[in-house]
Structures are given as C-alpha cells and as structure tokens.
Design a protein around this ligand. Structure first.
Ligand SMILES: C[S@@+](CC[C@H](N)C(=O)[O-])C[C@H]1O[C@@H](n2cnc3c(N)ncnc32)[C@H](O)[C@@H]1O
Length: 301
C-alpha cells in the first residue's frame, strides 16, 4: 500500500528550509512524536548535508526530489521509525556508524562506558588488550581503537550480519578491530589469559518490560540487542563466569547497565570473584557504567 503523503511532502517544494522544518515539526508534534523539532531539523540538515544550526540561513526552496524524500522521511517518523533508522546511520563520539535492521542504534548513554574504559586504559601502564562483548555497530570497540590506538581491540557478536556492519564501520573509521563471531566469548581460546579490559553493553531489558518501551525501541531495535531475560541480568551472570578464562592476571571490566541495575550487577560480579570499583554516571546523572577488577588467584595462573 502506498504511504500517505505527509503535509511536508506536499508543501516542501515551494518552501525554504526553515519554513519546511517548522511545518514538519508541527506535523510530528500533532502526531505525538517525541522531540518533533529535533527530528524535523536533523532529518532536513542531513538531507541537505548542512549543519542543523545553518538551516535558518537557507532560504531557497528544496528541489522537487529533495522535498519528496523529506516528506517520505517525515511520514516514516510519524510512524515512529527512529531518525537514525530512517537515515541508515548514527553518530557516536567521533564516528558515523552505519546501521542495519539487526544493529542497535548506539545511545549517548554508552558514551559514559567508553569514557570509563578510556580512564581504565589510561590508568594501566603500557599496552592493553581489550575485548568488547556484543559489539553491535562497533560503537564501543571502534571508539576505543580509534582513541587509544596502542590498544589491541577485539570484539564479538553472535550475529554475522551485525559483524559485517561493524567491520565496515571500523574500516571507514580507519580503526583496527579484530571481530569474532561468538556466543559471548566462546571459541576465543587463542586469547586465553590475555584480556586486560573487558567491556560490554549487553542486552539488559527485562523480557516482560520490552512491550512497555517506546515504539522507537520496541518496534525498531532488534530484540536480540534488548532482551536480558526475566530480570534483565542474564548476560551479566554469563559474562562474569564465561569471560574468566580469557582474563589476564589482573583484569578490569567496564559494563553498561540499565537504569537501577548498577548495584545488582556489582553484587553479581562480587559473588563471581570480581572486586567492585564503582560506577560512572551518564549525561543525566544515572549510574550507567559499572567498574570491576578481577585478580586471578595465584593457584590458577
Ligand atoms: C545492547 S546491544 C549493544 C551494541 C553495541 N555494543 C552498543 O553499545 O551500541 C547488545 C549486542 O549484543 C549482541 N548479542 C546478543 N546476544 C549475544 C550473544 N549470546 N553473544 C554475543 N553477542 C550477543 C547483540 O547482537 C547486540 O549487538
């Protein structure tokens, strides 16, 4: 069935960018879409390949093709498709990361995980071998490899399609990341005893909470990237145990957690033999990264 044409599509060809974005934002607001102005302006600035702040400077009308495309994008946003899925890419730190239907849109929350990981790397003298478990678009692994090129960065995901996207993203960023298709850490025996820093943003939403999420997440993010089991903590339990053979004598772990999960995850880690070192907040002040350290007992060197 043909998509209904949005108001923005009908009027776009006769309007300059500022008026068009304003009308599109009104259309999104009327449809109950969150942050309508941001959606309308980001989509238009990407379409015109200009900075969002410069939209007001552009007075000439869009071409017919541009207006038609923008109208189609606004209609998709009305249907609650996230801006990044409409564009097919997302920005994360210094990176522009391609996405497909199987890759999670990297979130600003995850920047605090990267910050915490860089802090750990900087506190360790010399080189650092890093493993990012569940890499998705590669946001964490590629950022670390790009920002700390002396580290050797490995990354896993269990979905080969996801890894293809991550590999392309790393190549475009000029970052060296060794990607492995693995169920968490399975099959990485070559790395046994050598990982200094474990990083992961695992699926952590309680299975029963998924239906309550915003449509942008519930209907558009891959379930495999969200579902953390009945209490949301399945992957932490597994990671704490299954990663142990890969860890160096004294290894750090930086894990992203959902809102309200930090204490539970630190406690799970403590019971698995890791020493909780603290938490780091996201931009809104919520604890989003937990830090732990594991020292290998002398008798299993
Ligand atoms: C929450 S997403 C995080 C993606 C990315 N690291 C980020 O921060 O944007 C979790 C990722 O874990 C992957 N995943 C789920 N189960 C897995 C498993 N058993 N082994 C490896 N990766 C898994 C998913 O495919 C998804 O890419």
């Amino acid at each position: 069935m043909a998509r209904p044409r949005s108001r923005a599509a009908r009027i776009g060809a006769r309007q300059g960018a500022r008026g068009l974005a304003r009308d599109a934002a009104k259309e999104l607001e009327d449809a109950g879409v969150p942050e309508p102005v941001a959606s309308a302006e980001v989509l238009l600035s990407e379409l015109l390949d200009m900075r969002r702040g410069d939209l007001t400077l552009r007075d000439e009308p869009l071409t017919r093709e541009q207006a038609a495309l923008y109208g189609a994008w606004i209609q998709r946003r009305v249907e609650r498709e996230p801006v990044q899925r409409i564009l097919g890419y997302s920005y994360f730190r210094n990176l522009r990361l391609d996405l497909d239907d199987h890759t999670l849109i990297p979130r600003p929350d995850t920047e605090s995980v990267v910050e915490a990981a860089l802090e750990v790397i900087d506190s360790r003298a010399g080189t650092c071998r890093v493993l990012d478990i569940g890499t998705g678009s590669g946001a964490i692994a590629i950022s670390v490899a790009q920002e700390r090129p002396s580290c050797e960065v490995h990354a896993t995901d269990n979905a080969e399609g996801v890894l293809q996207v991550a590999r392309r993203n790393a190549e475009r960023a000029g970052a060296t990341v060794r990607f492995h298709q693995a169920d968490l850490t399975s099959g990485l025996e070559d790395l046994a005893g050598s990982i200094d820093l474990l990083i992961s943003n695992p699926p952590y939403v309680r299975s029963t909470d998924i239906r309550e999420l915003a449509p942008e997440v519930r209907d558009w993010d891959p379930r495999a990237a969200l579902d953390g089991g009945w209490d949301g903590l399945d992957f932490y339990r597994r990671i704490f145990v299954e990663a142990v053979p890969l860890l160096a004598g004294e290894a750090d772990a930086v894990l992203e957690v959902g809102d309200g999960q930090a204490e539970d995850v630190l406690e799970l880690g403590r019971r698995a033999g890791y020493r909780p070192l603290g938490t780091r907040p996201d931009l809104t002040g919520k604890s989003r990264a937990v830090l732990l350290r594991r020292r290998r007992p002398p008798d299993c060197a």
